[in-house]
Design a protein around this ligand. Sequence first.
Ligand SMILES: Cc1cc2nc3c(=O)[nH]c(=O)nc-3n(C[C@H](O)[C@H](O)[C@H](O)COP(=O)(O)O)c2cc1C
Length: 196
Amino acid sequence: MGEIFNAVKERRSIRKYKNEEIPIEKIKRVIQAANWAPSNANSQPWQFIVIKGDYLKKVSSIYYEWAQEYVPKADYIPEENKTEVMEYSKDFGGAPVQIIVTYEFFKDDDNRSEEALMSACAAIQNLCLVALEEGLGTVWIAGHATHDSRTRSLLKIPTNHKIAAIIPIGYSADNPNPPARKDEGLDQKTTWFGFE
Ligand SMILES: Cc1cc2nc3c(=O)[nH]c(=O)nc-3n(C[C@H](O)[C@H](O)[C@H](O)COP(=O)(O)O)c2cc1C
């Protein structure tokens, strides 16, 4: 199996981190990887915000406050994961850095906004995969904290940008089992036409 496929399978969402700084070169490298993602008309509609110190706690506490209210009621989150999801968000498992990825949106052009979000998602996945290569764990955080006006003002998000992900990043202190993929044989998820 190829290296890229292996990385795709081995990447895990990490929710517990070592209390250890990450070299800035590694942070720059993962952002470089994000910046090499495909984007609509090569528009590269993303920005990156890298935070540490007091900023970390401020962002995670906004998520934590929302999670206490939202997660218990969310029927799509497996019951056995709820306690962990609610607890780790206090400080995102102690990650020493967070990278916030934003994308440009266009209030009069839904299609362009959607393509900008798609592009940002490709950038985020690149970032997470190259973080793995750098020996770093990540987790893609979305949810209310990404839209909250307190997060936006703290991070000085321009009015024409939205947050696609908050990504805690650091040396992993966990080795989670891969959560199963539904329909691994892909029989229900894939339709083939014209192959017979
Ligand atoms: C768009 C998106 C939003 C996510 N939001 C959260 C989140 O708010 N909190 C969280 O703990 N994990 C979040 N995750 C991570 C998923 O829970 C995780 O990817 C999934 O359970 C599969 O596990 P794996 O990443 O280890 O393969 C998110 C992932 C994606 C792609």
